[in-house]
Design a protein around this ligand. Structure first.
Ligand SMILES: Nc1ncnc2c1ncn2[C@@H]1O[C@H](COP(=O)(O)OP(=O)(O)OP(=O)(O)O)[C@@H](O)[C@H]1O
Length: 272
């Protein structure tokens, strides 16, 4: 696969441009509670288009909780409460008038376990565009389905069996189908919560390659347990520990020259 070690090649120019641009998501002083328990404590971070931003840290440090707060997925957990401010293109996503269905199309999500609908491959992709009114004819829907599958690198494998069930695909193909489903509604941000943890090394490499291709158009945020994966796919890394964001910076700096002792301990495997 194409390895883009952060900041080293042509990606650098793109990365610099992205750095100069306004953040796609800007979180300020975000805390997340489950009942009385604080799972995320006062986190502030900017996420940019054309970057892959990795969230790393030991189990239970709050990576997934914070990720889910970025598209209000925590709303689905009754005990969860979010404080602070999260802006998408400068707009507060927690304001009462925010249309959450629309928000989750703009900030799509891919989960740990591939979760295609128990419907055909075609319907898995067409469902979102249909409810969002993105296609006015069958031909237009066909085009969206083909393009989404193309961009997710799945078209060639499924073009002759679009009527087959999405659940009949291999795990890696199912995950690419879920990525295609997220892409189909024309998102701006894609959140990925350990998207490769259920996949074998070959399927993982395929998804990592895809993430690198997709970052040209979207802001991608990925939670990963694998520091190698964070180093391979991301340009920015945030290290979380016990609900706090300890350090955030260029991936190459975090892995080779961390400022904080706790980051150093984590990346050198002293705990995890
Ligand atoms: N639905 C929930 N209800 C109550 N507590 C929760 C819930 N989800 C997570 N927590 C708690 O919040 C804290 C952070 O969990 P979270 O899953 O965000 O961490 P994580 O860093 O993503 O962990 P992992 O790497 O193991 O997935 C943990 O103490 C966890 O037990």
């Amino acid at each position: 696969m194409k390895m883009t070690m952060p900041e080293q090649n042509t990606a650098e120019a793109t990365t610099q441009t992205a750095a100069a641009a306004k953040p796609k998501i800007s979180a300020h002083g975000v805390s997340v509670f489950y009942g009385d328990k604080k799972a995320i404590d006062d986190v502030s971070i900017d996420v940019h288009t054309r970057y892959v931003t990795a969230f790393i840290g030991p189990s239970g440090c709050g990576k997934s909780t914070f990720l889910r707060s970025l598209n209000r997925m925590n709303d689905t957990i009754a005990s969860a409460r979010v404080e602070g401010e999260i802006l998408l293109d400068g707009e507060d996503i927690y304001r009462s008038r925010m249309d959450v269905v629309q928000l989750r199309a703009r900030v799509g999500m891919v989960f740990q376990k591939p979760n295609p609908f128990p419907k055909s491959i075609y319907e898995n992709i067409a469902y979102g565009p249909r409810i969002h009114g993105l296609a006015s004819s069958k031909a237009e829907m066909d085009r969206i389905v083909e393009e989404s599958l193309q961009r997710a690198g799945l078209w060639e494998e499924v073009k002759d069996r679009l009527a087959d069930s999405g659940t009949a695909l291999s795990g890696g193909q199912q995950q690419r189908l879920c990525i295609a489903r997220a892409i189909a509604v024309d998102p701006e941000v894609i959140l990925m919560d350990e998207p490769c943890s259920a996949l074998d090394p070959i399927a993982t490499a395929r998804i990592e390659e895809l993430i690198d291709e997709l970052r040209g158009r979207y802001a991608i945020v990925i939670v990963t347990h694998s520091m190698q994966q964070a180093a391979r796919v991301s340009q920015r890394t945030a290290f979380f520990h016990m609900g706090k964001m300890v350090e955030y910076g260029k991936t190459s700096d975090i892995f080779t020259n961390p400022r904080e002792e706790r980051t150093k301990d984590y990346i050198t495997g002293r705990y995890g």
